[in-house]
Design a protein around this ligand. Structure first.
Ligand code: SAM
Length: 370
């Protein structure tokens, strides 16, 4: 199997042991903002005996836990006593033990361990990726996914002079775009099978907004360009090889609004014919919480302290990509190199923090199976 076609499973995992949730408050803030849309969908969808919910690409479950707690609390308060099954899905390589401990109230904030707080709520896990069908036909009332479906099922090529498709050349970019379109249709067709008639799939995905903005590129520095520049510096210093640089290709594609809408725009597409319609689609900006905190506390906080909060949030989801590119090396040596890389980013932010941030850009979609 070529490097480009390496299955996503081996290179995608978030850093485990609860690290992901602890460092990704911004992702949680974005999820929390989706609560209103989900509650509105729950009010209007057909009421099956069992309310079956799925959270696709949930990582350790920590970032969405408070939202699910609040949604379930409201349902119960409004007299909806149906049994609720909630399925957390991620890749088999995900740290599911943290997820299950979190749901049991043994880790994280036990105030939101809704499984323990409410009766008749059943938590399950599935290690089957979302490019496959993972539930029975016509069984799912509400599918949800946050910040996960920008991961493509395979890398269509390696990116030669950058680490991410946002900085790739046109030929490379088109290959990623094509793969992402195939994947998006596949994802939708599987959700269409799983959903009950009248069921909803609500997802907030990383993408490129009307102004060309995307994660870490909202006006100041471009985070992915910085990744690329600082990783290249290590190559120039002879610390990593050119092969290792090229192998550092994120298995991701940031779709534009048009790319997200494409399967719905054509009434004859497989997706439309399967009964899925797009009820709404909009872009959502979420401030980098570390930037906000720093801006509000400049008198008591040093730029160094800002860097020490900002870089770990970037590291929580990107580290595996850099480490995997060094897989032929002794693990201790690879760890040292990756530490050095993130430290160089930290130094850059500490020297001049202006314009450094990781603001989030999501494309929010509400999809119905009719
Ligand atoms: C950035 S995290 C987002 C986690 C959480 N949903 C949130 O918003 O904080 C992306 C997650 O998607 C998962 N993922 C990537 N590709 C996947 C796939 N094909 N099937 C299921 N999960 C996938 C990753 O393993 C990771 O846990």
């Amino acid at each position: 199997m070529s490097k480009a076609n390496l299955n996503t499973q081996s290179v995608l995992s978030m850093k485990g042991d609860g690290y992901y949730s602890q460092k990704t408050i911004g992702a949680k803030n974005a999820i929390d903002k989706t609560k209103i849309l989900i509650e509105a969908a729950l009010e209007t969808m057909p009421k099956k005996d069992v309310l079956k919910i799925a959270d696709f690409g949930s990582a350790d479950g920590g970032t969405s836990q408070e939202m699910w707690f609040n949604i379930i609390k409201k349902l119960k308060k409004n007299g909806d006593d149906r049994q609720i099954e909630i399925l957390y899905t991620d890749l088999a390589s995900n740290d599911f033990s943290v997820l299950f401990r979190t749901m049991q109230g043994m880790q994280g904030n036990d105030n939101f361990a809704y499984q323990k707080k409410f009766k008749n709520v059943f938590v399950h896990g599935s290690g089957t990726g979302f490019h496959d069908q993972l539930m029975a036909n016509n069984s799912l009332s509400l599918g949800f996914s946050a910040t996960a479906m920008h991961y493509v099922s395979e890398r269509p090529c390696m990116i030669k002079d950058h680490v991410h498709m946002v900085g790739s050349n046109d030929v490379e970019k088109n290959k990623f775009k094509k793969q992402a379109l195939i994947d998006w249709e596949t994802i939708l067709l599987h959700r269409s099978k799983e959903l009950i008639s009248g069921g909803r799939f609500i997802c907030i995905n990383f993408g490129i907004d009307e102004q060309g903005r995307y994660l870490g590129n909202t006006g100041g520095h471009n985070m992915f360009n910085n990744f690329s520049k600082l990783w290249k510096n290590l190559e120039k210093e002879g610390i990593i090889s050119n092969e290792e640089f090229i192998n550092t290709t994120f298995t991701q594609h940031y779709r534009t609004l048009d790319e997200f809408k494409k399967p719905f725009d054509d009434p004859d597409s497989e997706v439309s014919k399967s009964g899925l319609i797009l009820k709404s689609c909009k872009t959502m900006f979420t401030d980098c919480p570390f930037k906000v905190h720093y801006n509000n506390n400049k008198s008591s906080m040093t730029s160094n302290q800002y860097a020490e909060t900002l870089i770990p949030t970037m590291r929580s989801w990107s580290e595996t990509v850099f480490k995997t590119a060094l897989e032929k090396r002794d693990p201790d040596q690879a760890n040292d190199i990756v530490d050095r890389f993130y430290n160089s980013y930290m130094n850059e932010v500490a020297i001049n923090p202006d314009g450094h941030a990781m603001d989030y850009i999501h494309i929010v979609m509400d999809i119905e199976k009719v």
